[in-house]
Design a protein around this ligand. Structure first.
Ligand code: GLA
Length: 384
């Protein structure tokens, strides 16, 4: 992330002034997809790509925001009625509003930001943006009184209330809590978490981006969540203690099979199995058993493709190529409907896999996928 780049643009747009610079990362997720809003487990880590923002209070009630990457400038007031149109600016506006809701006296500020986390690739560029501003506004206007979990929730509520995505907590949590060299297992019901040092000797983690962006991703995402809630409501009638799919097993789901649609049943089946896979992967990691880790990743891909139906032709193709090349584990990462596969690949197979993925993807779809090596990195922080 290039600080000087952001500093240069900030100075140019705001009369040579100097503010404070903050950064937050995007994330990967080794396993545990669509489990967060079901009270289950996730296993993400922050990455060495994210957002950087320079911010300086300007003594007014107006936010003056410049997106360097989009070369777009927006001004907005801080009252609810002042919501800007531009979707990138709504993230910043939403964070301001959510901080105000939590008692932080947010005032006007000047800001410029840029990022190197690819947009729409399933690496949570939006969470990186939200976390950057939540962290910064807490320091600049809130004397640091909002704790880290609440900062993550500020980002999540911004998605819910200002961007129309009923997301879980994983992305914002990973962005705020990231730690270099460690993945984090989060129990999304109790919010207990544990850092797992992740250094798979002999292997590399690589993301292969299909560069597919699904236009209806947010409504399809919300629809998946709705299916899970419908299944829970049916199960609750027999098992009143059940709050989330996390509290259910396959027997309980089978009991209500005739009361819910086949589609809702498949969605719930995937989630119940996926929650267990996260625990299995943690055990396998502790035992240094990367073959099992990889096997579970393939199982997740299968579930996301056939039961949860959030994959697409390009991602299924990349998953097949990985299998053919002997890659240890591969699956669609993040919400799905496009974006990346995450691959756990033995060092000696890496070059062959990447060459084959490039070649065969291009032959079939007429364009190249993008390849990203990731380094597990620290979460939200002030840079200077
Ligand atoms: C998106 C959401 C997360 C999570 C994932 C799927 O990234 O923002 O909360 O649900 O999809 O695991």
């Amino acid at each position: 992330m290039n600080i000087e780049h952001v500093r240069g643009h900030f100075a140019k747009h705001f009369d040579g002034s100097i503010g404070s610079v903050y950064a937050s990362p995007g994330r990967i997720n080794l396993i545990g997809e669509h489990t967060d809003y079901n009270g289950g487990f996730v296993f993400p880590g922050a990455i060495d790509k994210g957002m950087v923002a320079e911010i300086k209070p300007n003594g007014t009630d107006i936010v003056r925001a410049y997106s360097i990457d989009l070369n777009d400038y927006v001004e907005f007031g801080l009252d609810e009625a002042n919501a800007p149109q531009a979707s990138w600016a709504r993230y910043i506006f939403g964070v301001c509003r959510e901080m105000i809701e939590r008692g932080v006296d947010v005032k006007g500020f000047d800001t410029a930001f840029a990022g190197d986390v690819p947009l729409g690739a399933g690496m949570s560029s939006s969470a990186a943006l939200e976390s950057t501003y939540a962290f910064a506004l807490n320091e600049l206007f809130g004397e640091g009184k909002i704790d880290k979990f609440e900062l993550a929730k500020v980002g999540q509520s911004t998605e819910h209330n200002y961007c129309g995505v009923k997301c879980g907590i994983m992305d914002q949590f990973a962005s705020v809590f990231g730690k270099a060299g460690s993945l984090i297992r989060l129990d999304c019901r109790s919010l207990e978490y544990q850092y797992f040092p992740f250094n798979p000797t002999g292997y590399r983690l690589v993301l292969v981006d299909s560069v597919v962006k699904h236009e209806l991703a947010s409504s399809a995402y919300n629809k998946r969540r709705q299916s899970c809630e419908t299944a829970v409501a049916a199960i609750q009638k027999k098992h009143p203690h059940v709050e989330f799919l996390r509290d259910c097993n396959m027997l309980m789901l089978q009991e209500v099979k005739s009361e819910i649609t086949e589609e809702d049943y498949m969605r719930a089946e995937y989630v119940i199995e996926e929650i267990q896979r996260v625990l299995d992967v943690c055990d396998a990691l502790e035992a240094g058993d990367y073959e099992t880790v990889g096997q579970k990743m393939y199982e997740t891909h299968h579930g996301m493709s056939k039961l949860y139906e959030v994959s697409c032709e390009e991602l299924d193709f990349l998953n097949d190529v990985a299998k053919e090349c002997g890659v240890t584990g591969s699956r669609v990462m993040g919400g799905g409907f496009g974006g990346c596969t995450i691959n756990l690949v033995k060092n000696e197979l890496y070059d062959g896999f990447i060459a084959k993925a490039n070649e065969s993807f291009k032959a079939k779809f007429g364009r190249s996928p993008k390849v990203y090596d990731v380094v597990i990195s620290d979460g939200s922080r002030k840079l200077c």
